[in-house]
Design a protein. Structure first.
Length: 289
């Protein structure tokens, strides 16, 4: 069932016409009384006319900006009206207002297992809007509750497709590939909400953390990874500096070192450059041999 436009006309001219007819009827009744014409006939005609006008006035309704009115005729969908202002339609229509404004909500913190099986806590913010009033009203029982439940279901499904933190640089993860993860989440939610006439404008993760029972262990793991990465950079730089030092010594002829002394110098330089603490130099005033 898709949305279609229902019959309606501008309500202000219709309301003015009803008022004018009612005034004319009362004027006619008053003139009849002054001329001595039969009163019951005049009163009965005016009562009937006023009753008809009151029934037709039930067709007057207001439509606020960014709001739709869903019309039903004896249980059958008759169309929707989105034109803002005072409108008039068939008085037999029953009407239900539905907001077309952009709305958002934040899901609760869900506890799920990521792709590696680690328990994590995750939450998301979803920005959505009703784009088809007929589907929102008739395809699901409560479209607002449907949006919330299906969004959390999609969030669980998406979280299980990625690891929290990828140790392989080419593997996407929840922590490092935010744009890709948010796009995947939006697509997952839109797939579920398309049947309810809802468009998902944006979906993004608002909370992401390891579950409490493994948070400390994972923090140590991250710290260890950071230390290893830092050590790799330090060793790489130290080797380059040692290579440069030996090369410059050889070019300038400062000292001629055999393989054994060269190995000892390399060892000492690496200890100095890679150590955690500042070194204490030892001055040797004797011979090298």
């Amino acid at each position: 069932m898709n949305e279609r436009k229902a019959f309606s006309v501008p309500g202000l001219p219709v309301a003015l016409a009803f008022i004018a007819i009612a005034i004319a009827a009362f004027v006619w009744l008053g003139s009849g009384l002054t001329q001595g014409k039969p009163q019951p006939l005049h009163v009965g005609a005016v009562v009937v006319l006023v009753g008809v006008l009151a029934f037709l006035a039930k067709g007057l309704f207001q439509v606020q900006p960014n709001q739709g009115q869903v019309m039903q005729l004896f249980g059958r969908y008759a169309g929707s009206v989105r034109d803002a202002g005072l409108r008039w339609t068939n008085p037999f229509y029953s009407r239900r207002g539905i907001s077309l404004r952009v709305r958002n909500f934040e899901s609760g913190k869900l506890k799920v297992n990521d792709n590696d099986g680690n328990p994590i806590e995750i939450a998301a913010v979803v920005v959505w809007q009703v784009v088809d009033t007929a589907e929102a009203v008739f395809q699901v029982d409560d479209y607002e509750n449907f949006v919330r439940i299906q969004s959390e279901s999609a969030l669980r499904q998406m979280a299980q497709s990625y690891p929290y933190d990828a140790h392989d640089s080419g593997r996407p993860s929840l922590r490092s590939h935010g744009d890709d993860v948010n796009a995947h989440l939006r697509d997952e939610i839109q797939t579920r909400l398309g049947k309810a006439g809802v468009e998902v404008i944006e979906a993004r993760i608002s909370h992401l953390a390891y579950a409490q029972e493994i948070a400390q262990a994972m923090l140590q793991r991250q710290q260890a990874g950071a230390i290893v990465a830092a050590r790799e950079r330090i060793v790489e730089g130290a080797v380059s500096m040692v290579e440069m030092a030996l090369s410059e010594l050889g070019k300038r002829g400062v000292v001629d070192l055999d393989n054994e002394r060269r190995a000892a110098m390399v060892s000492n330089l690496l200890v100095v450059l890679c150590g955690d603490r500042s070194t204490q130099p030892v001055v040797n005033t004797g011979t090298l041999y």
